[in-house]
Design a protein around this ligand. Structure first.
Ligand code: GDP
Ligand code: GDP
Length: 437
C-alpha cells in the first residue's frame, strides 16, 4: 500500500524536527529498537485514525551561497510541492510572522497543494491571540501547537488526515512487479536502468492510460511483467540537488512507497558509506522487498575472496536487513546482469507470500519446544496462537498471555525459525505481539 507523503516546511528553528518527532512518536521508538537503524532521520511513518502516511522533515536542506536561509526554504518548498501530497507549513508564534514566511507562503499558495498551517511555540494555549497575524497568509485557520508541550498535535493530525488523498493503488495489474532503484548519486542507477532495458528479450512496452506512465517504464522479460518506477524522474534529477543527502532521500521516498521491490544500488568501487545505510533504512521501514545491487563490479580488483568479503561488509553494515539478497554486477559491461531479474522475481513472490495458519503454528510450536520463551520474575510468556494477517510485507501476529514478556531477541529467534521454514528471502517480516489468553 503506498502511503501518502506529508512534508513539513518552514524556516530554520520554528520547530520542524521537534514536531516531526512528535508526529512519528511511537513508531520511531519501535524502529530504533532495531540495531543498525540510523538515528539521524528525516523520514518516518505515522498513522492517525487508522490512516497511515509518511512524514518528511525538509529542514536542514542547505545550499551554499548568499541568502542561504531563504534559498534553502524556497528549495524545501519546491521539493515539497513536487513530492508531497500534503504540506504542513510551520511558523513560529514566538518570532511572529516574518518576511520569509510570506515568501514561502506565496510559493506554496501558487502550487495549489493542500496546505495545513501550523503555528508552533504556542506554549500557553490561553495566549491564543499569538496566532491571529498568521491568518493573513491565506491558508485558513492556523493550528496552534507546541512541540515542547505536545499540545495541539492531535488537532494538527486531524487536519492532516482530513485532507490526505486516497492514493490510487491499482495503477498496475496485481501481477506487475514494481521495482524502484535507489542509491547515492553516481552509483550507476541510470546506467543500470538502461542496461536492464537493453537486455536481450526485454520488451519495453508503452502502456498508455496509466496515471504515471510518463515517468514509469514498463517492460516484460520471460513472461513476467515489471515496471521501473519513476525512472524518468530519476534521470531528470539535478546533480546539484542530489548531492544534498536529504534532497535525494526525499526524491527516493515516493518511488520506494510505490514499489514492491527496491534495488539498493551500491558502488562496488567505493564501498559502503553512511548515506547508503540511510537510504536502505527507508526501504526497510517502508516494508518493501529489497535487494543489494553492488554495481561497477568490473572495476573492482578481485580474487576468489573479494565477493565474500564484500558480502560480509554489507551484512555488518546492514544488520537489520539480513534478508536482502546481494547481487554483484556491472551495468557497464553487463556482466552478471542476467542474475538480477530472477532475484527480483523471487523477492517479489516472497513479499507477497501467505503462509497457512496451521503450518505457521507448527513451526512456532517446534521453535518453542526447542527453546522456550523467556521468563520475567517467574512468569513465562506463553504463545497461544500465531497467524499471518497481511502480505507486502508479510505481517505476523503472535498472541500471547502477556506481550510485555516478549523480548526482541526471542522475536528474532521466532523470525529466524519462520524464515528457515518458509523462505521469505528478500522481504522484511513484521511481527506483532498481542495479548490473548
Ligand atoms: P527546526 O530547525 O525547524 O527543525 O527546529 P527545531 O525542532 O530544531 O527547534 C528549534 C528550537 O525551538 C529548539 O531549541 C527547540 O527546543 C525549540 N522548540 C521547538 N518547539 C518548541 C515549542 O513548542 N516551544 C518552544 N518554546 N520552543 C520550541
Ligand atoms: P546515477 O547517478 O546513480 O544514475 O549514476 P549513472 O548511471 O549516471 O552513472 C554514474 C557514472 O558511473 C557514469 O559515469 C557511468 O558511466 C558510470 N558507471 C555506471 N555503471 C557502471 C559500471 O558498472 N561500471 C563502471 N566502470 N562504471 C559505471
Amino acid at each position: 500500500m503506498a502511503r501518502p507523503v506529508v512534508a513539513i516546511v518552514g524556516r530554520p528553528n520554528v520547530g520542524k524536527s521537534t514536531i516531526f518527532n512528535r508526529l512519528i512518536g511511537d513508531r520511531l521508538a519501535i524502529v530504533e529498537d532495531k540495531p543498525g537503524i540510523t538515528r539521524d532521520r528525516i523520514y518516518g511513518v505515522s498513522e492517525w485514525n487508522g490512516k497511515p502516511f509518511s512524514v518528511i522533515d525538509t529542514g536542514g536542506i542547505e545550499i551554499d551561497g548568499d541568502d542561504v536561509i531563504l534559498k534553502s526554504i524556497r528549495m524545501q518548498a519546491e521539493l515539497a510541492i513536487e513530492e508531497a501530497d500534503v504540506i504542513v507549513f510551520m511558523c513560529d508564534a514566538k518570532s511572529g510572522l516574518t518576511q520569509s514566511d510570506e515568501e514561502v507562503a506565496q510559493i506554496l499558495f501558487r502550487s495549489g497543494k493542500p496546505i495545513v498551517l501550523a503555528v508552533n511555540k504556542v506554549d500557553n494555549l490561553s495566549r491564543h491571540d499569538e496566532i491571529y497575524e498568521f491568518y493573513s497568509l491565506g491558508f485558513g485557520d492556523p493550528i496552534p501547537i507546541s512541540g515542547s508541550h505536545g499540545t495541539g498535535i492531535g488537532d494538527l493530525l486531524d487536519a492532516i488526515v482530513e485532507i490526505l488523498p486516497e492514493l490510487n493503488d491499482d495503477e498496475y495489474d496485481e501481477d506487475v512487479i514494481k521495482v524502484a532503484l535507489i542509491g547515492r548519486p553516481n552509483v550507476g542507477k541510470s546506467s543500470l536502468v538502461n542496461a536492464i532495458l537493453g537486455e536481450e528479450r526485454v520488451i519495453v512496452s508503452d502502456i498508455a492510460g496509466t496515471t504515471r506512465d510518463a515517468i514509469d517504464t514498463p517492460f516484460e522479460k520471460d513472461g513476467q511483467r515489471y515496471v521501473l518506477i519513476d525512472t524518468a524522474g530519476m534521470r531528470k534529477r539535478g546533480k546539484v540537488y542530489e548531492t544534498t543527502e536529504k534532497y535525494s532521500v526525499m526524491r527516493a521516498m515516493r518511488a520506494i512507497e510505490r514499489a514492491d521491490v527496491v534495488l539498493i544500488v551500491i558502488n562496488g568501487e567505493e564501498g559502503i558509506i553512511d548515506q547508503d545505510k540511510h537510504i536502505a533504512g527507508y526501504a526497510y521501514e517502508a516494508g518493501k522487498a529489497s535487494i543489494f545491487v553492488v554495481n561497477k563490479w568490473d572495476v573492482v580488483d578481485k580474487d576468489d575472496k573479494t565477493m565474500h568479503q564484500f558480502e560480509t561488509k554489507i551484512r555488518d553494515h546492514f544488520l537489520f536487513m539480513t534478508y536482502a539478497p546481494i547481487v554483484f554486477l556491472s551495468a557497464k559491461t553487463k556482466s552478471r546482469l542476467h542474475k538480477l531479474l530472477p532475484v527480483v522475481q523471487h523477492a517479489a513472490e516472497q513479499h507477497n507470500l501467505r503462509v497457512q495458519t496451521h503450518l505457521l503454528n507448527d513451526v512456532v510450536s517446534d521453535a518453542v519446544a526447542l527453546n522456550p520463551p523467556p521468563t520475567d520474575k517467574g512468569r513465562r510468556m506463553r504463545i497461544n496462537y500465531v497467524t499471518q494477517v497481511a502480505v507486502k510485507p508479510p505481517t505476523i501476529v503472535v498472541f500471547v498471555n502477556d506481550p510485555e514478556l516478549m523480548h526482541f531477541s526471542y522475536e528474532r529467534y521466532l523470525e529466524n525459525k519462520i524464515r528457515g521454514a518458509f523462505d521469505f528471502e528478500g522481504t522484511p517480516i513484521r511481527i506483532f505481539t498481542r495479548r490473548k489468553s
